[in-house]
Design a protein around this ligand. Structure first.
Ligand code: 8YV
Length: 295
C-alpha cells in the first residue's frame, strides 16, 4: 500500500482531530480494517472522503447510510474468504459434536489412564443441520455438511433453489428442527439479536449452536444463561459482542468451543482480502468502476 498510495495512519486513540487539518482535507479514501465502529463523526472529519474500502466481507460496523448520504462509496472483500469461513464452521461442528477438545485434554491430563474411556459423544451423519442465512457462506457450509450425510434445513428471507434442502420461514421453526444450528446471517441492524432467547430455547437440550456470523446477531445474555443451565448442549463461537474483551462468563463454561474471530485467518485468504481491498482503492484512484462495491 505504501508504495502505491500516500498513506496516513489513523490515530490509535480513534480521535481524527489528532491528524493535522491539511491531512484530513487531503484524505479521500479509507483502507478500513477491524471491527470498530466507523460512524458519521469520523467520516465527517474528512471533508473529501469518497471511498471506504473495507478489509472483510461484513461491513456492519460502517455507517453505510451516512456514507451514501455523503456520496461516499463502500467496498468489501466477498468470495475470497468464503471457503475458509465455511471450513472453520465445519471444523467447529465436528469438534464440538465429537468433543475433540475435551478428548485431547482427556489424554494430556492422564485421565485416559486413570479414569478410562472418554464419555461417548454424538454421531454427525443423519443429524439435522439448520443454517440461518443462505448467502455465499451459508451455502458453502451447507454444501460441505451435505457431504457428511446430514439433513440440511435453512432460514432465509426467501426460499432458494436448493434441491433437497428444507426451507423454514421462521428461525424458531429452524432451531426446533436442528440438532446443529449454525448462524451465518450478515450482521447489522436488520439482524440485531435475531437469535433471541426464544430461538435459543428452541435449539433445545440436545442441540448445538454455532455462530460464525456476528456477535450482534445473538442475545448473548440469553445464550450464556442457556449454556449455564444446559438448556442447550453446547455452543461453538467465533464471534461475540465486545471483541476481543468478551464476556468472561464464556470462559467458565464447560460446553463451549471458543475461537478468536479468525474464520478468514489463513495466510492465503488474508493475502487475497488485502489484494481485493488494494484493487478497489486502485480502481477508485484510476477513476475506474469499483470491483466489489456494496453501495
Ligand atoms: C474480518 C470478517 O474481516 O470478513 C469478515 O466480515 O469477519 C473477517 O474476515 C477479519 O477478521 C478482518 O477484520
Amino acid at each position: 500500500m505504501n508504495e502505491l498510495f500516500t498513506v496516513h495512519q489513523f490515530p490509535a486513540s480513534g480521535n481524527a482531530a489528532e491528524l493535522p487539518d491539511e491531512v484530513r482535507e487531503q484524505v479521500c479514501a479509507f483502507a478500513f480494517k477491524g471491527h470498530s465502529h466507523l460512524g458519521a463523526e469520523i467520516m465527517d472529519a474528512f471533508p473529501n472522503l469518497a471511498l471506504v474500502a473495507n478489509y472483510g466481507v461484513g461491513y456492519d460496523t460502517i455507517d453505510v447510510a451516512h456514507a451514501v448520504s455523503r456520496g461516499i462509496q463502500v467496498t468489501n472483500t466477498p468470495d475470497v474468504l468464503t471457503n475458509d469461513v465455511a471450513d472453520l464452521a465445519v471444523g467447529m461442528v465436528l469438534s464440538l459434536n465429537r468433543g475433540i477438545g475435551g478428548a485431547s485434554d482427556w489424554v494430556t491430563s492422564g485421565q485416559w489412564g486413570s479414569a478410562g474411556a472418554y464419555p461417548l459423544q454424538r454421531t454427525l451423519s443423519g443429524a439435522s443441520v439448520g443454517i440461518a442465512g443462505l448467502g455465499r457462506i451459508g451455502r458453502a457450509i451447507g454444501n460441505r455438511l451435505q457431504g457428511f450425510e446430514t439433513d440440511i434445513h435453512y432460514y432465509a428471507r426467501s426460499q432458494k433453489d436448493t434441491p433437497g434442502w428444507t426451507y423454514h420461514d421462521s428461525l424458531v421453526s429452524l432451531a426446533a428442527t436442528s440438532d446443529i444450528f449454525i448462524v451465518a446471517v450478515s450482521g447489522g441492524p436488520d439482524t440485531l439479536e435475531i437469535i433471541s432467547s426464544e430461538v435459543i430455547a428452541a435449539v433445545g437440550a440436545d442441540g448445538l449452536l454455532i455462530n460464525i456470523a456476528r456477535g450482534s446477531t445473538m442475545d448473548e445474555e440469553a445464550l450464556i444463561t442457556a449454556l449455564q443451565s444446559k438448556q442447550i448442549r453446547g455452543a461453538a463461537l467465533d464471534v461475540y459482542n465486545n471483541e476481543p474483551n468478551i464476556d468472561s462468563r464464556f470462559m467458565q463454561l464447560d460446553n463451549v468451543l471458543l475461537q478468536p474471530h479468525h474464520s478468514s485467518g489463513t495466510i492465503e485468504t488474508r493475502k487475497k482480502m488485502g489484494a481485493l481491498q488494494r484493487d478497489n482503492l486502485s480502481a477508485f484512484f484510476a477513476g475506474k468502476p469499483l470491483i466489489t462495491p456494496v453501495t
